[in-house]
Design a protein around this ligand. Structure first.
Ligand code: NAP
Length: 299
């Protein structure tokens, strides 16, 4: 759908499943394709054919972002959102690469201006965006404090590389301030809901909260006097809306992620995997807050 009439044809081996697909099944996502449609924003597999002039050719292993149509045996993806998949990553990890890691880079580095030596608080840290954010933070030399809701998710966040883990039902704001020596520099928030004010309170002077999503269901409101009093910022990060019209930026972010894969920082955390025919079960797992890492469909 992103490049009608052209694109890279990919024989799909694995398809990533994410929160937007849950919303799409209810018609609650910003993208509302006419029914019937095939969901599936990202896949990994082998190139069947590539447009003329593309650096890709038949037989290449790739991670690709078709936006729709990924829950299928064959998908079509724009050339600028199709990236060589290094041997270090398997197909399921490839299907977990683009949405989460490009979002993490875009949110933290491009929008949030994250620098080496800073501390990042990551909400929903055992989830897809969360685990990617921990790894990208480590890759740029920052330190990640993870916020999670259970023992199992704590383990996942630690395995992803979190330096510290705090609990969403505990005194996480005070703990984060203590662990960061007075306040964190950046908060990555894919969760939203009623924790938002405490995210602002957990910041150091000059700190930023990057708004990434609202898995908790409600959209927080900000009393802007808090921003003035503490010299902090709230920043929106909508990856898709920003990058889709900018092919070069996608290649640039893909290049940065490739460097982090080579350096061993990016290793997508894959959770549950289902056969294609059980896609509905995969969506229910995410909807029920039961997913850790990336949920994938295998073909
Ligand atoms: N802005 C962008 O460009 C962009 C790009 C990609 C994704 N997103 C958004 O980012 C969000 C996270 O995506 P994801 O793939 O990381 O999701 P995910 O893997 O399902 O993780 C989300 C995390 O949210 C937490 N959570 C808190 N309350 C929840 C609830 N009521 N239901 C479900 N989860 C809840 C859970 O962690 P705990 O149980 O530990 O609290 C969960 O691990 C989604 O809203 C997605 O649409 C935005």
């Amino acid at each position: 759908m992103l490049t009608p009439g052209s694109g890279v044809l990919v024989d799909v081996e694995a398809a990533g499943v994410s929160f937007p697909e849950v919303l799409q099944t209810r018609g609650e996502y910003q993208l509302k394709p006419p029914l019937p449609f095939i969901p599936g924003s990202e896949v990994a597999g082998t190139v069947r054919s590539a447009p003329e002039g593309s650096p890709l050719s038949a037989g290449d292993r790739v991670a690709a972002f078709p936006m729709l149509g990924g829950f299928a045996e064959v998908a079509v993806s724009p050339e600028f959102l199709t990236f060589p998949l290094p041997d270090a990553l398997d197909a399921k990890q490839g299907a977990a690469l683009i949405l989460n890691y490009h979002t993490a880079w875009f949110s933290m580095v491009i929008r949030g201006r994250l620098k080496a030596g800073e501390t990042v608080l990551v909400h929903g840290a055992a989830g897809g965006v969360g685990t990617a954010s921990i790894q990208v933070a480590n890759g740029v030399g920052a330190r990640a404090i993870a916020v999670v809701s259970s023992d199992e998710k704590e383990e996942v966040a630690r395995a992803a590389g979190a330096a510290e883990v705090v609990r969403s039902d505990g005194a996480w704001k005070d703990e984060a301030k203590e662990l960061s020596g007075g306040g964190v520099d950046l908060v990555v928030d894919p969760v939203g809901g009623d924790r938002f004010t405490d995210s602002l309170r957990s910041l150091a002077e000059g700190g930023r909260v990057v708004v990434v999503g609202f898995t908790a269901g409600s959209i927080p409101e900000v009393k802007v006097n808090r921003l003035l009093l503490n010299n902090v910022e709230v920043i929106g990060a909508g990856w898709g809306a920003y990058v889709m019209g900018k092919p070069e930026l996608n290649r640039e972010i893909g290049g940065e992620i490739a460097k982090l894969i080579d350096a061993g920082h990016v290793e997508p955390v894959v959770g549950a995997s289902f056969p294609l025919g059980e896609a509905a079960e995969a969506l229910k797992l995410i909807d029920g807050r039961g997913a850790t890492g990336k949920v994938v469909l295998e073909l």
